[in-house]
Design a binder for this molecule. Structure first.
Ligand code: SF4
Length: 381
């Protein structure tokens, strides 16, 4: 089983999309992306828009090769939309590939009117029924009945969790549960996952009121309980919309028995908490008034911000590139315009320990200059 987390807050966007590759089968869960329309009074920074566009492309690419697609619910950061804002995934971009996949989606019960509308729009766009998968099992896949999107009793906003098992390894995707509900925690533990990917608590919303403090405590206790029994606990999404989320996860790492990670850790790379850093991004890289309107109308692009954004993050110590970055031929090819920026942005600048070049360098093994971070040899370099 190969789990690739595609988009979530520690990877720079809103959502909890991932792909799970089994022998002869690829499952994509929650193919959607958003950036958070307004945080600290700011629209998404153009650097985040650039990162979001890359995540959107990766989701589309995964869907092209998908056999199964799972929708835990129909919020705009978890599914493609018929009327996306400029930063979301549109149904028109994936209609054909979705038509050819098996779809497993949360049923219409316990959905808000907006979620129901989105479900209907998706059904119409791909021209096939989407029956509710709640409570179903099919081969390696198993789905929960609806569980709260947060606290117990929040009717109208429930989600479906997924369990995938192959070769004795069980993975559970628990979207938007926010770790707030004890019964949902028990249900996850009953499923005995080896790896859990779950949404953490939305600390950015919590004031000092007793009800919010009770939620904070519940999330902490549920996280600890999960970590006692699950080898790899990945907590992300709502948790990282503020910088407080990183401190919360660090404290959990120190307290918990098992391995506790954010999605970026799991993907062996540096995190990009771009929504939490939004205010600072505007200070480091100011954006002219009217830029977002011009972007929506296609008059300006984000390429300049994309390059300068990485430089700013490095300069401000928010990312630590690979130790070989400044002398690596991959950087030299990129600077010379001979290689797409994809490679430095997905490997070098985020210190991705999955880089084959990096691993071979560490092992003292020969590798040619024209070997890409994924091990592919590029004859044109
Ligand atoms: S290609 Fe690999 S080894 Fe070279 S700088 Fe990038 S991550 Fe490091």
């Amino acid at each position: 089983m190969i789990i690739t987390i595609l988009g979530t807050e520690s990877l720079g966007v809103r959502g909890l999309s991932c792909s799970v590759r089994l022998h002869g089968r690829r499952i994509v869960i929650d193919p959607g992306v958003a950036l958070g329309w307004s945080r600290y009074g700011f629209l998404p920074h153009p650097f985040q828009i650039a990162i979001g566009a890359g995540v959107r492309e990766e989701i589309i690419e995964e869907l092209r090769n998908a056999d199964d697609v799972v929708f835990s619910h129909f919020d705009g950061d978890h599914c493609p939309l018929s009327e996306p804002n400029p930063y979301q995934l549109g149904i028109h971009e994936v209609r054909n590939v979705l038509s050819n996949c098996r779809i497993w989606a949360k049923g219409p019960d316990n959905s808000s009117p907006t979620q129901l509308r989105r479900r209907t729009e998706l059904t119409e766009a791909i021209r096939k029924d989407i029956p509710g998968a709640d409570g179903m099992s099919a081969g390696p896949l198993e789905f929960s009945f609806s569980v709260p999107h947060g606290q117990q009793g929040e009717k109208g906003t429930m989600v479906m969790m997924s369990r995938i098992e192959e070769g004795g390894v069980a993975f559970v995707h628990a979207s938007d549960i926010q770790l707030l509900d004890g019964k949902t925690t028990e249900l996850i533990l009953d499923w005995k996952p080896d790896i859990l990917l779950a949404s953490g608590p939305p600390l950015y919303r919590y004031s000092s009121s007793p009800s919010f403090q009770a939620q904070r405590q519940a999330a902490w206790e549920n996280a600890l309980k999960l970590s006692e029994h699950i080898d790899t606990l990945i907590i992300d999404h709502h948790l990282f919309r503020s910088e407080e989320g990183s401190a919360w996860l660090d404290r959990l790492r120190r307290t918990a028995r098992g391995r506790v990670l954010c999605a970026a850790d799991f993907m062996q790379r540096e995190p990009l908490f771009l929504e939490a850093w939004r205010k600072k991004l505007y200070e480091w890289l100011p954006v002219p008034r009217g830029w977002h309107d011009d972007y929506r109308q296609g008059k300006v692009g984000f390429d300049e911000y994309r390059v300068r954004g990485w430089e700013a993050l490095r300069e401000k110590g928010r990312i630590k590139p690979c130790k070989w970055y400044d002398c690596c031929p991959i950087k030299a090819y990129t600077d010379a315009g001979r290689l797409e920026r994809y490679w430095v942005e997905h490997y070098c600048l985020v210190r991705n320990r999955a880089c084959i070049r990096y691993r071979m360098e560490e092992a003292g093994e020969y590798h040619p200059d024209n070997m890409l971070p994924n091990g592919e040899i590029r004859e044109d370099l």
